[in-house]
Design a protein. Structure first.
Length: 424
């Protein structure tokens, strides 16, 4: 075990012995749980990144936030530490009941000064499948918190993003998000260790607010406007990448491949919403077209936003409450659902911002079903988001739009405009 102390980071390199479990069974069907997108839930919210480093194994990096963990000195060594039980199992899909591989370990991690996160990885031996699924279970022993996550592994095309890993700065801190900030210096590594250079293509990112959930007439498609491209050399198996211009960046090790790894830049504060134009963009769902245009053209955008919420709520105290709830949802949409566009402008971000976190979520191999429950009427509202397999982003999901959503959507918008938080 090797420990490395980094600024605001504790990286623990773990070697886990993998035990074959071909004979064990798992339950068929989907997996459920809404805590993944609910920051208020009392569970862990880890982040993951797969990197196919060699033909023999892949690395699975994960990140835990220390504020969600319980540290204690109640141990023989009197060391202030957290104890995490980790286990994983691999199947071909959520529908499969045959476990191809599994392993488990216990992590004992000391708390470091000013530490905000714990980043670690373990190796997974090669599975002779183009696609498979890793189920990861984490349990905080002292805090009695847990998480269950499902990671889709793609080895069908060596041009996809899982054949790349991005580090921030020179300290080998892996990046778990697709977005980066203007001042970030990124080091990009590809599985091919003999590379001499990588191509970077910049596209302009300017996407509209998604269509309403009941608008079945219009079909969404990715239309990227290429701006420029260039090559960066590979030194010590990594390419240095930084860019101050906003937009989408596709980095490719092989220019004959369509895909590569995508990085996107919006603003320095992203995923936070701080600028007036971002605040207007985030409330477009409840604005009328003329209101939106008037705000966008206002000489004092901040004042026009304040006036809208004050008029909507009726008083300052209520306005502050509405603003807090709305923009918290919009910010978490950016955090959870960012793809090649801002999270708040994705289909999942739209539903999440207006309706809030789902009461339950069913996970499929290529889709998510969000379920909202009205306990008074014992009725359910369901939305299905389908993962776009050919997208430049691995986090791109599209809502299956249906006419039946029109009444509840209009009711939700009307409720917000009357100064009330909509709850199904």
């Amino acid at each position: 075990m090797i420990k490395m102390k980094l600024k605001l980071l504790f990286v623990l390199f773990i070697s886990i012995t993998v035990a074959s479990c071909v004979s064990k069974q798992v339950q068929k069907g989907t997996k459920t749980g809404a805590s993944k997108y609910n920051p208020a839930s009392s569970v862990l919210h880890p982040q993951f990144k797969v990197f196919h480093e060699t033909d023999d194994y892949s690395k699975l990096y994960f990140k835990l936030y220390t504020k969600e963990l319980r540290f204690s000195s109640a141990n023989e060594q009197r060391t202030n530490q957290t104890v995490i039980k980790l286990s994983y199992k691999i199947t071909s899909s959520l529908r499969d009941n045959n476990i191809l591989d599994s392993a488990k370990t216990i992590l004992k991690i000391k708390k470091q000064l000013s530490q905000t996160s714990i980043i670690s990885f373990f190796k997974i031996k090669n599975i002779e499948l183009k696609h498979y699924l890793i189920e990861i279970n984490l349990y905080d022993v002292y805090g009695n918190k847990k998480s269950q996550s499902y990671i889709s592994v793609n080895k069908s095309d060596d041009g996809n993003e899982q054949y790349y890993i991005t580090f921030k700065g020179k300290n080998n801190k892996p990046v778990f998000t697709e977005y980066f900030k203007p001042n970030d210096t990124l080091y990009i590594k590809n599985k091919n260790s003999s590379l001499k250079s990588m191509q970077i293509v910049h596209y302009i990112n300017n996407f509209k607010t998604p269509e309403k959930p009941y608008n079945t007439d219009k079909k969404s498609s990715i239309r990227l406007k290429k701006d420029t491209s260039w090559y960066v050399p590979v030194k010590n198996k990594k390419s240095i990448f930084y860019a101050k211009e906003p937009g989408i960046y596709i980095i490719r090790a092989d220019t004959t491949k369509i895909r590569g790894i995508m990085k996107v830049q919006f603003s320095g504060a992203y995923p936070l919403i701080s600028k007036s134009n971002e605040m207007i963009e985030a409330i477009a769902y409840i604005l009328k077209n003329d209101e939106l245009l008037k705000m966008q053209n206002s000489m004092n955008k901040k004042l026009s936003i304040d006036n809208f919420w004050l008029k909507t709520a009726g008083n300052k105290e209520k306005a502050r409450e509405l603003i807090k709830i709305w923009y918290n949802r919009a910010t978490y949409s950016n955090f959870y659902f960012t793809s090649y566009k801002k999270g708040v402008k994705t289909d999942r971000g739209m539903i999440y911002t207006v309706l809030g976190p789902a009461d339950d979520i069913q996970y499929f191999d290529d889709a998510e079903k969000w379920i909202y429950t009205n306990t008074k009427t014992v009725s359910k509202l369901e939305f299905i988001f389908v993962k776009q397999s050919n997208s430049i982003s691995n986090n791109d999901y599209t809502l299956i739009r249906e006419n039946k959503y029109e009444s509840v959507w209009n009711k939700a918008i009307k409720t917000w405009r009357l100064g009330k938080v909509f709850r199904y």
